[in-house]
Write a protein that binds this ligand. Structure first.
Ligand code: NAD
Length: 479
């Protein structure tokens, strides 16, 4: 792990092996941190804060821009590490690295453009005016999941550092390697020792120490809703600033006038990219009766092109590579959800097998027609390549069913009818609605959920506001 510019072992001396989910080979090992390591990392970040927060913003932005350039330059190596620990195909890993560099550069530029407010004020003490200033918060924790370890690191670390905070990052215990490489790059780009620290280890062993540490003022968490609730139960009583980017079950509404071909292509990416292990994704598709057969026919045909396998090896054309599910436990959970969907009336149109691999945690991408509304495929987040599809004939019913979920992260609608677009934008309870577009988290737009998908925003210029304390200043004695 990286603390204060030093590469350290865990205080307890233990290590965790990192396993390639496609081959089950051990590809590395990292220190298994504990409370003592967290204590040291937070103390170090706290000590580094005064000097870093006093640097001028152009200086911080310059370092981040350099880091972004180095990330791009080392893209090939970073992607190879990411594939080996996470499982995603190399092409997708390259995409994630590119997105990381874009996000880091976005905040390098955005931080230099933040402006404040000036307000003339009435006062019995003579002329006065008010200013609104923004002060960095101090030590921020950045806790990331296994599905997009790099982009989700960037969405936390870049706005935090650009705003003058220091960071203790904690990657998922199964995907720490690429994160450590990125931390090395930040150091090489000029981030001073102690400003960005990385503690590796299991969430259950170090999470509470990090979240509960009194000197950690800001927690940015991405992960499961259950973990988010637990974090909130510790951070809440201490009144810490928290953003929770949690699970999702995004609805897609395909209307009668939809461009079916485009909708199918987007849904394929939205559900099967990263082997379906995405928070944003097309997780429940509602298709108008009049285009249902055309949509489902094309969908099943295209899903059949996927070939699950080792992400380092390209599939032979016209097949497309899909990586493994990240862990055996997660794959088995998907099989149980699928089985429940079938038991509750769903029909598997394609996929759902484990593909006859000797090693690795594979699942053949599946489409399931009409599982019951009480099935796990509908009620729960499905974190893998399994897509339930449903018919609808009445738009009110489609909106009602889209909202009939505990989650509220993304959503999309496929139509050119402005009235329906307006209704989807106004009536779907979600943090985002895409119109005739794929579910994609743009760096330029605020992103985050409602309901059990959490609260607070990452991405966008808005995210910078969540790394500062807004303070009002009243100035008098002017004449
Ligand atoms: P997870 O909740 O199991 O783990 C996320 C991180 O939290 C890991 O680093 C883990 O070690 C850590 N952690 C675990 N216990 C902790 C504790 N007690 N205290 C502090 N940290 C702890 O999530 P996961 O399985 O790695 O990721 C998948 C989940 O993430 C899915 O539910 C997915 O929808 C969600 N996700 C959400 C977004 C979003 O932006 N909304 C993006 C990606 C993933």
């Amino acid at each position: 792990m990286l603390i204060g510019g030093e590469w350290r072992r865990a205080a307890a001396g233990e290590e965790i092996e990192v396993v390639n989910p496609a081959t089950e080979d051990v590809v590395g090992s990292v220190p298994s941190g504990g409370a003592r390591d967290v204590e040291l990392a937070v103390e170090t970040a706290k000590r580094a804060f005064p000097e870093w927060s006093a640097t001028d913003v152009e200086h911080r932005a310059g370092i981040l821009a350099k880091a972004a350039a180095l990330i791009e330059e080392r893209g090939k190596d970073l992607a190879a590490t990411l594939t080996s620990e996470q499982g995603k195909p190399i092409l997708e890993a390259r995409g994630e690295v590119t997105h990381l560099a874009h996000g880091v550069r976005f905040y390098a530029e955005a931080a230099t453009k933040v402006r404040g407010a000036y307000q003339e004020l009435p006062s019995a003490f003579g002329p006065a005016y008010g200013m609104v200033i923004r002060r960095p918060m101090g030590v921020c924790a950045a806790i990331t999941p296994y599905n997009f370890p790099l982009t989700l690191l960037g969405t936390k670390v870049a706005p935090a550092l650009a705003s003058g905070n220091t960071v203790v990052a904690k990657p998922a215990s199964t995907t720490p390697l690429a994160t450590l490489e990125v931390a090395r790059i930040f150091a090489e780009a000029g981030v001073p020792d102690g400003v960005l620290n990385v503690v590796t280890g299991r969430g259950a062993e170090i999470g509470d120490a990090l979240v509960g540490h009194p000197d950690v003022r800001r927690i940015a968490f991405t992960g499961e809703t259950g973990t988010g609730r637990h974090i909130m139960s510790i951070a809440g009583p201490q009144l810490k600033r928290v953003t929770l980017e949690l699970g999702g079950s995004d609805p897609v509404i395909v209307c009668a006038d939809a461009d079916v071909d485009a909708a199918v292509k987007a849904v394929i990416i939205g559900r099967y990219w990263n082997a379906g292990q995405a928070c944003l994704g097309c997780k429940r598709v509602f298709v108008h009766d009049s285009v249902y057969d055309a949509f489902v026919g094309q969908l099943v045909e295209r899903v059949g092109r996927y070939e699950p396998g080792d992400g380092t090896v390209r599939a032979e054309k016209p097949k497309l590579r899909m990586g493994p599910i990240h862990t055996r436990k997660a794959r088995d959970e998907l099989l149980a959800q699928l089985e429940d969907g079938v038991a509750r009336g769903g029909e598997v149109l394609i996929g759902g097998g484990t593909g006859g691999h000797d090693k690795g945690f594979f699942l053949e991408p599946a489409v399931v027609a009409e599982p019951g509304v009480d099935s796990r495929l509908v009620r729960e987040e499905v974190f893998g390549p399994v897509l339930p599809v449903f018919r609808f004939s009445d738009f009110d019913e489609a909106i009602r069913r889209a909202n009939d979920t505990p989650y509220g992260l993304g959503s999309s609608i496929w139509t050119h009818d402005a009235r329906l677009i307006h209704r989807a934008a106004q009536e779907i309870d979600a943090g985002m609605t895409w119109v005739n577009q794929i579910h994609y988290g743009y760096d330029e737009l605020p992103f985050g959920g409602v309901k059990d998908s959490g609260f607070g925003k990452e991405h966008g210029i808005e995210a910078l506001d969540s790394y500062v304390e807004v303070k009002s200043i009243v100035v008098g004695g002017l004449g």
